[in-house]
Design a protein around this ligand. Structure first.
Ligand code: ADP
Ligand code: MG
Length: 701
């Protein structure tokens, strides 16, 4: 069903083939609809006119109205050469300054004429000015630019070079809107608009581009965000229902020898939370439905044991399992810790990673295919085509957020019938968000730490406390403990960061001289064996201090490490700080996390540091993180797994709307599971369209 909205963008008056090409390359705009759905990402408020006496240098963009009383060109050569025009209203005079386009502006401005100017106040030559403001004669009727909220669209150099300024883009939108607005079909059923009190789509599109005031802008944004999130949830819930009816799921009714034998050999008592989660998983495994479950648990809460015990249940019922970790270090760690427990049980386990030698690999693949191997541990080497299971019944993915959706899908295809799936993550995410991000998963939570953990005392310190901290580190080392010192490494400032790390390392060597201390250093610029060698020094306890960047593989357990010093802690997000802190406090000794920062901190940085010092609860921190800055990690990957691309809504910022949308979608589906009622025809069509698009994507990749 084509409509005028599908018209190629080059046919829009004022566009043409050349600009069309740039619009497509830079903003992915192919047709008129794409243009109308390219929303401003912020707005300049031109609804209010300030008077000159109100202006101060702290203001953002403001609008003034007055007469030009003086025009001068000052200075000989650029960059000093500039045009200065004085604008006065009844309250005072302010200078408008132009370093560029001097001649053009000079011809345009007329003494004594009235203008509306729009710019950001700044201080120049010790007085208040507007530098390069937008200037419009008052006589010109320009409804788009004076007296409204002005949308700011995404802009790139290429766009600007092709003459597509913000103003131009807004004009194009205005033209497209004028010709098509009455033809934009409503995408939500009338009863939903009424029940949720939503602005109709046509007005929403109009007002998202050209809001006449803040209030209608908010209404338009709400309507568009709600719609996106509602369809997202509706589609996820539908997929879930369909999957549940189509996939019976393997039944694992028996608790047998493997489980009982190993259970008795576990050297500790399971926590209440671990027991509860195992019950939840077992519930799924005997339910006649295929399990898709997300297991959240803070760093060190004991997720591996839960995964192992469930894999034993699978084995007791004649099925194979696999446990996939994101790195070799973690895969090794899983394999080794489980090896001890299963010894003597008759259970066969194996480890398959990128560094498995080809002879060993061949044997593993054979044993896997003939069913000898019960549990296979490994990295993404597990999802290569050659890896074939005999009877895969249970698949575990550890630290899920590091795996792409595609990789997950390939794991699913390892058996004719979908295995039960458990996805584990230490990144705590609020429930609704988790259910959305991870598609249609059920969620289990381990909210209790194994007993005997002393906790980590967190301290905030600055440069003037360095001596005391070094003294403290010496004491800790003297009593046989080890110390991490971590430097931030951020892509944008990589060079500087390495410099900081190097200087820091040299400084550490100075205060912890080699004749008395052993300091290891690990970072991404080292060769692989140099890295491994240094890491090994620390893991084996030979090195007292490990200096490293935050990106190194620190999944390793070093129970002897009791101090984590985080340099420039203000540059880390809360979740990252929490993950780093989780590397100490694993043994029986008291542990410490020291957050080193500048004296001067932004309000947000201070909040983060204070929060870290006041709580160790990963969930509390994650929620705060989400509130404060949106989760970098999540925001980055959020789009990849979803059945629809979010254009305006944000999973992290629009949490309330997201929850509302999920509740509402649930209600709609409860009342009409097949969406077969007449009033839901719109919903059904939209979902069909979404499916089409998703299929297209999958064909591209
Ligand atoms: P994570 O949830 O971070 O993956 P692990 O599964 O690696 O945590 O467990 C962290 C450590 O705690 C391991 O050394 C594990 O053996 C131990 N552990 C797990 N469960 C318990 C328990 N109930 N009591 C004591 N120690 C436990
Ligand atoms: Mg783990």
């Amino acid at each position: 069903m084509t409509s005028v909205l599908d018209t190629d963008i080059k046919f829009l008056p004022g566009v043409g083939p050349k600009r069309a090409e740039v619009l497509f390359k830079e903003l992915n705009i192919k047709n008129w609809r794409d243009l109308l759905y390219t929303f401003p990402f912020r707005y300049l408020d031109r609804t209010r006119i300030y008077s000159v006496s109100e202006v101060d240098s702290g203001m953002s963009y403001i609008q003034l109205r007055g007469r030009i009383t003086r025009i001068n060109v000052i200075g000989e050569k650029s960059p000093a050469r500039r045009l200065v025009a004085s604008l006065s209203d009844s309250t005072g005079v302010i200078d408008l300054i132009f370093f560029q386009g001097i001649k053009w502006m000079k011809d345009r401005l007329k003494i004594n004429n009235e203008y509306i100017v729009f710019g950001k106040p700044s201080i120049f030559n010790q007085s208040l000015n507007l530098v390069h403001p937008e200037v419009d004669p008052v006589t010109e009727e320009n409804p788009l630019y004076v007296g409204n909220m002005i949308g700011v669209y995404p802009s790139t150099e290429k766009l600007r070079n092709t003459g597509i300024s913000n103003k131009q883009l807004a004009r194009m939108v205005a033209v497209a809107l004028k010709q098509t607005q009455d033809l934009i079909p409503e995408s939500l059923p009338g009863y939903i608009l009424a029940e949720k009190n939503l602005m109709p789509l046509r007005s929403a599109i109009q007002n998202i581009h050209f809001p006449v005031n803040q209030r209608v802008l908010l209404q338009a944004q709400f309507r568009l965000k709600f719609e996106e999130l509602f369809y997202l949830e509706l589609s996820l819930l539908r997929i879930k229902t369909i999957r549940e009816t189509n996939n019976k799921g393997f039944g694992f009714p028996r608790v047998g020898e493997f489980f009982n034998y190993c259970f008795d050999k576990i050297p500790f008592e399971l926590t209440g939370a671990q027991k509860r989660v195992i019950k939840e998983i077992r519930g799924d495994m005997i339910s006649g439905r295929q399990m898709n479950r997300l297991l959240q648990g803070d760093v060190g809460s004991g997720k591996t044991m839960v995964a192992l015990l469930c894999a034993l249940l699978a084995a007791d019922n004649g099925y194979q399992s696999c446990i996939m970790a994101p790195t070799e270090v973690l895969a090794n760690q899983h394999y080794n810790s489980v090896s001890k427990i299963i010894q003597g049980s008759g259970l066969e386990i194996s480890l398959l990673t990128g560094s498995t030698k080809s002879a060993a690999r061949k044997e593993i693949l054979e044993k896997l295919e003939n069913g000898t191997i019960n549990i296979l541990f490994g990295t993404h080497a597990l999802i290569e085509d050659k890896v074939k299971f005999n009877r895969l019944g249970f698949a575990v993915i550890d630290e899920q957020h590091r795996f792409g959706v595609e990789q997950r899908a390939r794991l699913w295809s390892k058996s004719d019938e979908l295995p039960h799936i458990l996805v584990m993550t230490a990144t705590p995410i609020p429930r609704t968000l988790a259910m959305t991000l991870y598609g249609d998963l059920d969620v289990s939570v381990i909210d209790e730490m194994p007993p005997g953990r002393k906790g980590v005392r967190t301290i905030h310190a600055s440069e003037n406390q360095r001596d005391r901290i070094r003294e403290f580190i010496r004491e800790q080392i003297a009593s046989g403990n080890q110390v991490f010192i971590v430097y931030p490494l951020i892509k944008e400032s990589e060079k500087m960061d390495y410099k900081n790390l190097e200087e820091g390392y040299e400084n550490v060597l100075k205060h912890f001289p080699p004749d008395r201390y052993k300091v290891a250093v690990v970072h991404g610029q080292q060769k692989s064996d140099e890295k491994t060698g240094n890491m090994e020094l620390f893991v084996s306890g030979k090195a007292n201090i490990l200096v490293s960047t935050s990106v190194i593989e620190v999944g390793v357990d070093v129970p002897n490490a009791t101090v984590m010093v985080i340099e420039s802690a203000e540059r880390f997000g809360l979740s990252q700080l929490h993950q780093l802190r989780g590397r100490v406090g694993r043994g029986s000794e008291s542990s410490y996390c020291i957050l080193m920062t500048d004296y001067k901190l932004s309000k947000e940085s201070r909040q983060r540091v204070d929060l870290m010092c006041s709580t160790q609860d990963g969930f509390e921190l994650a929620e705060a993180d989400l509130r404060m800055r949106g989760p970098g990690d999540i925001e980055g990957t959020q789009q990849s797994g979803l059945p629809l691309v979010l254009n305006i809504a944000s999973l992290s910022k629009d949490t309330m709307i997201l929850e509302d949308a999920r509740r509402y979608a649930t209600t709609v589906l409860e009342e009409d599971p097949q969406l077969s009622a007449d009033k839901n025809r719109n919903l059904r069509n939209q979902l069909e369209n979404m499916k089409q698009e998703v299929r297209d994507y999958s064909q591209i990749s």
